[in-house]
Design a protein around this ligand. Structure first.
Ligand code: GLU
Length: 287
């Protein structure tokens, strides 16, 4: 059985890019016999998520003519599941506390610019230089007692443990990648798994919830293609079932740029309020 999901964060109004992602996930489920389409609210960033945006997600997707299973899973209700997953990774010796602020990391990177072998570039900029990975155990304990910290994955250790990994691509990556894709989970360096105010960071929450909800086909934009490499590693470490992936093209604005939540004119809300017919949206998106 095919189970797909659309997993927006309620940090703004949905725009045409979201409509494309939601319709793609919905249609992939509906095209299959007994396919199921789920909606998941990714509301872990309490500083940026707003209840009115969550309400708008239901309204706007309904306006598009989509239907999904209820109750809808909200990540804010899943702290216990994330803690369990973190505890497993900790027990495997694969995590370490990181006390660095953004400023510390920027300074460390600036210092190591003179030693370019120490500064690697990832899909989201420079990788974490690993400052806290090497802290001696007693310093670690002392600082944990009095400083806030994030938990990071020791990705080299994790990769050594997991061995070679791959995933099944049913859509296409940004460079047309499809079929069996060998993973490079080191792309993002030592990723953050959880922070003081956040029981799980994006990658961890997504794999735990995709498994919990029985998602069998993850459809999402090809801007998340590299994220799949590291998420596949977390699935292997946590012994989770592995979905297939269908990354899709991104909908771009007239300047050829990705839509942003700040682009008022292309929000579904604005289109609806200015009398655009929901049936015309699929056409406009080339669906
Ligand atoms: N919540 C993520 C976003 O809004 C999507 C997560 C995913 O599809 O894996 O970009």
């Amino acid at each position: 059985m095919i189970v797909t999901r659309f997993a927006p964060s309620p940090t703004g109004y949905l725009h045409l890019g979201h409509a494309f992602a939601a319709i793609t996930a919905h249609d992939a489920a509906k095209a299959a016999a007994n396919g199921r389409f789920l909606l998941r609210i990714e509301d872990l960033d309490s500083g940026r998520c707003r209840p009115e945006y969550e309400a708008a997600i239901y309204e706007d997707l309904g306006w598009l003519g989509l239907s999904w299973e209820t109750p809808v899973l909200c990540q804010s209700s899943r702290a216990g599941a994330y803690r369990e997953a973190l505890a497993r990774l900790e027990a495997m010796g694969l995590t370490y506390p990181c006390f660095c602020t953004r400023k510390d990391i920027a300074e460390e990177i600036a210092r190591s610019i003179e030693a370019p072998h120490l500064t690697a570039l990832g899909p989201e900029g420079f990788l974490y230089p690993g400052t806290c990975r090497a802290l001696p155990e007693d310093a670690r304990r002392k600082r944990m007692a009095r400083e806030p910290y994030a938990l990071r994955l020791d990705v080299a250790k994790a990769v050594a443990l997991a061995g070679p990994l791959s995933f099944e691509e049913h859509g296409a990556g940004p460079n047309g990648e499809r079929g069996i894709i060998p993973c490079d989970p080191t792309l993002f360096g030592d990723i953050v798994l959880a922070r003081k105010q956040m029981p799980a960071a994006y990658h961890l929450a997504v794999v735990v919830d995709d498994a919990f909800q029985g998602v069998s086909l993850v459809t999402r934009g090809n801007d998340l293609f590299s994220a799949t490499h590291v998420q596949r590693l977390l699935q292997a470490l946590l012994g989770l079932p592995v979905p297939a992936y269908a990354h899709h093209r991104l909908v771009l604005d007239e300047q050829g740029k990705k839509f942003s939540k700040r682009d008022g004119a292309v929000t579904l809300r604005h289109l609806r309020e200015t009398g655009v017919a929901p049936e015309s949206i699929r056409r406009r998106l080339g669906l």
